[in-house]
Design a binder for this molecule. Structure first.
Ligand code: UT7
Length: 330
């Protein structure tokens, strides 16, 4: 990519709602067990907002303020806010506009980005481009999801997967730390059917029938997605290594979207990499879609798990289908 500047992540923040939904809680609602969920997904618990409680923008505002504080940046310095989400507060106005107002980013443009679980990596790619081209100096991006609000808690094969949360980063001109070296984005709309929320758009507007058929909830073809996700992750990591003139071994850490521990471990095995090279927090938060990677980045940063100069690969895959990677030089 042509660029005038390098771009760095200069601040990170996340926010998780306080309510914990454990596997044992599900055993009281559904025909399931802690053992099945743990073994098949790696998830032990997830965070969820209270019913009729916080929205995606509420979670995003907290994460964003923490990221701005971490970057030592005033809200008025932000030129663009991108909210990556599949659970916007509403369709119009955008969730990014609610964030803009609440954090007082009075000089910022704002829009939402829908790329499902790849949303954060897509947003990071856009932020990097604006900063690298010199068009902007400070971009705030946030992956935020209230998946509990679109989860069908009568469908045991999907409801155990999802959680709520938000993670935000500030992207600015390179400062020699956490440089966004490259990004890569991909998609395949022919596989749209694997993960969808059918109703509520122009194709299937809300009606009595869509409510009765539970079409306002997320639906996934787990088995097909599972296989595709492993193949995609292996291909994307291999491609990222090739594109960056590296070997897969050269990545010090891989931060994958947290969809299922078996997907991540199978990919690591196929790539002949130690399992511990992939950062995992799915046991505590489940799949938080666009929020999963920035929440992980925040934890890794706060816990000091990486050293300056480490090569870190973000790798995401989700509905659309969409996918993407980003190489960060820590
Ligand atoms: O973030 C975007 C990307 N997301 C993904 O890529 C998700 C990918 N898919 C998955 O993670 C997995 O496919 C699931 C976790 C959704 C399902 O795991 P699985 O190992 O593929 O299970 P399955 O769908 O093949 O079901 C196996 C059995 C079935 O019973 P029968 O037909 O063998 O008798 C299911 O009915 O497990 C049953 N089952 C459950 N049993 C207990 C499904 N859900 C449950 C449950 N508790 N919660």
């Amino acid at each position: 990519m042509e660029k005038g500047y390098t771009a760095s992540i200069t601040g990170v923040g996340s926010f998780l709602p306080g309510k914990v939904l454990t596997n044992d809680d599900f055993t009281k609602m559904l025909d399931t067990t802690d053992e099945w969920i743990t073994k098949r997904t790696g998830i032990k618990e997830r965070r969820v907002v209270e019913e009729n409680g916080a929205t995606a923008s509420d979670l995003a505002i907290e994460a964003s303020l923490r990221a701005l504080d971490d970057a030592n940046v005033l809200p008025s310095e932000v030129e663009l806010i991108i909210a990556a989400t599949i659970t916007p507060d509403c369709l119009v106005p955008s969730t990014a506009c609610f964030i803009q107002e609440k954090i007082g980013a009075k000089n910022a443009g704002a829009f939402d980005l829908l790329a499902a679980c790849s949303g954060f990596v897509y947003a990071l790619s856009i932020a990097r481009s604006f900063v690298a081209s010199g068009a902007m100096k400070t971009v705030l991006i946030v992956g935020t999801e209230c998946l509990s609000k679109i989860t069908d808690y009568t469908d045991r094969s999907t409801c155990i997967l999802f959680g709520d949360g938000a993670g935000a980063v500030v992207v600015q001109r390179g400062n020699g730390k956490k440089e966004i070296v490259t990004t890569y984005l991909g998609s395949d709309g022919s596989q749209a059917d694997l993960l969808k929320l059918p109703a509520g758009g122009s194709k299937l507007p809300a009606s009595q029938a869509t409510i009765e058929s539970r079409s306002h909830y997320i639906q996934l073809k787990g088995k097909e997605l599972f296989k595709t996700a492993i193949n995609n992750m292996v291909d994307m990591i291999t491609k990222a290594a090739t594109d960056n003139n590296m070997q897969v071994e050269d990545f010090d850490m891989i931060i994958p979207h947290q969809s299922n521990i078996r997907i991540i471990e199978a990919a690591m095995e196929r790539l002949k990499q130690p399992k511990k090279k992939a950062y995992i927090n799915i046991d505590r938060y489940g799949n938080t879609s666009a929020a999963s990677i920035p929440i992980a980045i925040d934890e890794i940063d706060k816990e000091g798990l990486l050293n300056p100069g480490d090569s870190v690969l973000l790798v995401a895959f989700g509905g659309g289908l969409t996918w993407g990677t980003s190489l960060i030089k820590w």
